[in-house]
Design a protein around this ligand. Structure first.
Ligand code: ASP
Length: 333
């Protein structure tokens, strides 16, 4: 039976037989016997880390965590944290481009193998939004905290407040204010929202997504990145997906959830990403004016990615080798 049929027909309990250590054994032996049947999963290469854009340091950090027997959850948190602390990157954490009033406001979420999720939206003054999101997931009865409440919670958990608006981002904002034209930017300097997916040595998936959102957005705007099913979705039975680009379009099509559900129905990660992009371009005649990119991974460690326009790329480490791979895209005209 092909893997796609297997996913459709199997139950969670029988799938558990081929996760984790047995998945690795399966890789080594090519085939593996269970209950007299041949387990059809032949994991490609796990552990693995994939992320949106060219984020070598973040991807390598996540990989190091996995090599030290860390979980996929630890890997995505620590990997994303590298870019959040990087003042040079102007779309995540410290140094993120501000909203039109000059305030840096962060959105982030994290999702684990059990399907638990935590998020912060409109968080200010705390650079490690992904870690605050994890605390929301683990330490509160809620899944999303916003604005002042998120900030107060972060401080109560020991996070330090700081000014996230760097001189470079302040200068860029001041230059923007001269015309104050709001336009979605197709690819921000090859380095944008970090959406990261990881599979650990046990075959378990987690994902994280962190961003300062669209540059010069309206005050109070929240994008797709911290919203479950839009910027990120994980189902440890099937796979995970994450998004970058114009969040409004991802939100309207619930893109990451769509991709995971398409994989559940038998599509490869590549086919699922292409269909999710197809939904956006079909519904929005202005697709030439904005970018959306998706990356997805299934339980086997198969990866797919696709975008509307040229310029999107994916960072990946499988078998210890880092690659930054340009994405195929829809708009070839
Ligand atoms: N998706 C993010 C948002 O809409 C921005 C981005 O990925 O560029 O907030």
């Amino acid at each position: 039976m092909k893997r796609r049929k297997f996913i459709q027909r199997t139950s969670l309990s029988s799938l558990a037989v081929v996760t984790g250590a047995s998945a690795l054994a399966c890789k080594e032996n090519e085939t593996n016997k269970a209950s007299e049947g041949t387990i059809p999963i032949t994991p490609h290469s796990i552990p693995l880390v994939v992320a949106t854009w060219n984020v070598k340091d973040a991807t390598q950090k996540a990989w190091e965590v996995l090599q030290k027997e860390g979980t996929a959850l630890d890997a995505v948190e620590q990997g994303c944290g590298i870019e959040e602390a990087n003042a040079e990157g102007q779309s995540v954490g410290l140094g993120g481009l501000p909203d039109r009033d000059g305030n840096v406001t962060l959105d982030a979420c994290i999702m684990n193998k059990e399907g638990h999720y935590g998020a912060v939206v409109y968080l200010q003054h705390i650079k490690h939004a992904i870690s605050v999101a994890r605390k929301v997931m683990e330490e509160t009865p809620h899944v999303i905290l916003a604005g002042k409440g998120a900030e107060q919670f972060a401080v109560s958990q020991g996070f330090q407040k700081e000014n996230l608006l760097t001189e470079a981002s302040k200068k860029a904002w001041e230059a923007w204010k001269i015309k104050s034209e709001y336009q979605p930017i197709i690819n921000i300097e090859n380095h944008d929202t970090i959406g990261m997916l990881a599979i650990d040595k046990n075959g378990d998936l987690s994902g994280g997504c962190t961003t300062s959102g669209l540059a010069y957005k309206m005050a109070g705007r929240v994008g797709d990145s911290p919203i479950i099913g839009s910027g990120l979705f994980i189902d440890n039975e099937v796979g995970g997906a994450t998004a970058t680009g114009l969040g409004e379009e991802v939100l309207k099509t619930v893109g990451s959830f769509l991709i995971v559900e398409l994989m559940r129905q038998g599509k490869s990660p590549q086919e699922a990403c292409e269909e999710a992009i197809g939904r956006i371009v079909k519904k929005n005649p202005h697709f030439k004016e904005f970018q959306v990119g998706y990356v997805a991974v299934n339980k086997n460690g198969d990866i797919g990615f696709y975008s509307i326009h040229e310029g999107f790329s994916v960072s990946k480490i499988q078998d210890g080798t880092f690659e930054n791979i340009p994405s195929d895209y829809f708009n070839k005209s």
